[in-house]
Design a protein around this ligand. Structure first.
Ligand SMILES: *Cc1c(COP(=O)(O)O)cnc(C)c1O
Length: 434
């Protein structure tokens, strides 16, 4: 290190990080330089992608102004949607503050495309938890679910090793299959995250056997991890949340859909009303934060990735199992660490919370949450409520006692939060340093 090391150590020690934890962390960091360089190169590529989209669409000072009321002629909003379409290499996009979250964005896509009698198909196993009620899986009687509208659902499970079961996929496709939903990230399941390349192979296979189907990708947590996005490998529609990767930690809310023009029109007609479509929807004051968040997103995603890789190495070095493994290639920003005991999970989450910029003085505790079989603990000291591009962690209190964490708006903060998590475990004598 070029700067005075003591100065930095003193600063960390003021925050309660001990010299032994710092020495161990330094050793880990030294081994990551090559890996970090690759991440920085991806960020550099994606920053240029964003810059070209801004410049070619002539983003201007006026675009930072918002609209009120109906939101007619909101040039800032409309140009932002063209910028998204450019970045995703597709025809059109819908990027709105009225889309409340990722689940809402996915619901819009599903409910605007599917009609009674159609079938929705997931070739990658069970979709993200929040979609179960929307689809009406397991006969769940969620009022307004797709099932209630006579839309059926089929799924092909992944094989034991997380690979795609192409035989089962081929067999499941039928005349009623209208829409295929492909979740890129593992979310909070035990399977592996799909690379964009794998998604491309899957879409090619599906279109070969059922050329008429529409392929949608749930892109949550995957944006800007790679240099290509799913529409470039054949996805008809790509969907995600703005309080994850693409909002760059700046967007205060929102979701996006990007893809084929006819599908974006259907979704817009569902979000507002048939015939009104994209023409209405006041942006109020959100345009600057949506633009600025997108501008920051490539480097914020890089910070989140570095934080995840650092944590994987740090905890693997202490004998814990991580997913993805420390040296594995990454396709999203989520990191799981199997800590093996409730005490360690709690200490980990306390450390993340204590290392947060907001609410650092509160102690997270496990509690019963709807939809979970066991108590859940969550740590998040966020600027934006529930934002998971900010450093955050959560864990169900059940075997194998894994904690899932993601985010880190800056690498320096991500590192600090993770060091706090380890320090907390060391203080409670729950781990031994090597
Ligand atoms: C987060 C997430 C969602 C849902 O997004 P919310 O904004 O939490 O509603 C859907 N799918 C995946 C894979 C996610 O990670």
């Amino acid at each position: 290190m070029r700067n005075d090391n003591n100065l930095l150590y003193n600063m960390y020690q003021k925050s309660g990080i001990s010299k032994s934890v710092l020495d161990y962390a330094r050793q880990v960091c030294n081994s990551l330089e090559e890996r970090f360089r690759t991440i920085d190169e991806t960020a550099e590529y994606n920053q240029l992608k964003v810059m070209q989209a801004f410049q070619e669409n002539r983003v201007s000072a006026e675009h930072m102004n918002g609209s009120t009321g109906y939101g007619y002629n909101d040039d800032g909003r409309d140009t932002l949607e063209r910028v998204y379409a450019h970045i995703f290499r597709c025809e059109d996009a819908l990027v709105r503050s009225q889309i409340t979250c990722g689940t809402h964005a996915l619901t819009l896509a599903l409910s605007s495309i599917l009609r009674p009698g159609d079938e929705l198909f997931s070739p990658v196993g069970k979709p993200y938890d929040t979609l179960e009620g929307i689809i009406g899986i397991h006969g769940k009687k969620e009022p307004g679910s797709l099932r209630e509208f006579g839309i059926t659902y089929a799924q092909a499970d992944l094989k034991e090793d997380s690979s795609l079961d192409y035989e089962a996929i081929k067999n499941a496709l039928n005349d009623r299959t209208k829409l295929v939903t492909i979740q890129r990230s593992k979310g909070y399941a035990m399977r592996k995250t799909l690379s964009v390349k794998q998604i491309g192979e899957l879409i090619t296979f599906i279109k070969k056997h059922a050329p008429h189907v529409i392929c949608m990708v749930d892109n949550c947590y995957g944006e800007f991890v790679d240099t290509i996005e799913p529409a470039e490998v054949g996805a008809d529609l790509v969907v995600g949340s703005l309080i994850k990767n693409l909002g760059g930690g700046i967007a205060p809310m929102g979701g996006y859909l990007a893809g084929r023009k006819d599908l974006i029109e259907l979704a817009a007609n569902r979000l507002t009303a048939p015939g009104l479509g994209k023409e209405v929807g006041a942006s109020l004051g959100t345009n600057p934060s949506f633009y600025q968040g997108l501008f920051f997103a490539p480097t914020v995603v890089a910070s989140a990735l570095k934080s995840a890789i650092f944590a994987a190495h740090l905890y693997e070095g202490l004998g814990f199992t991580t997913s993805p493994g420390a040296t594995e290639e990454r396709h999203d920003i989520i990191q799981a660490v199997a800590l093996g005991s409730p005490e360690r999970i709690i200490a980990f989450c306390e450390g993340i919370q204590a290392g947060s910029p907001v609410d650092s003085y509160v102690a997270p505790e496990p509690y019963a949450m709807p939809g979970y079989h066991s108590d859940v603990i969550m740590a998040a000291g966020n600027f934006i409520q529930g934002s998971s591009i900010e450093l955050s962690a959560d864990a169900p209190i059940e075997p194998p006692y894994s904690v899932y964490f993601q985010g880190g708006l800056t690498w320096q903060h991500g590192k600090f939060g993770i060091l706090m998590s380890l320090q907390r475990m060391v203080d409670k004598k729950l781990v031994d340093l090597p």
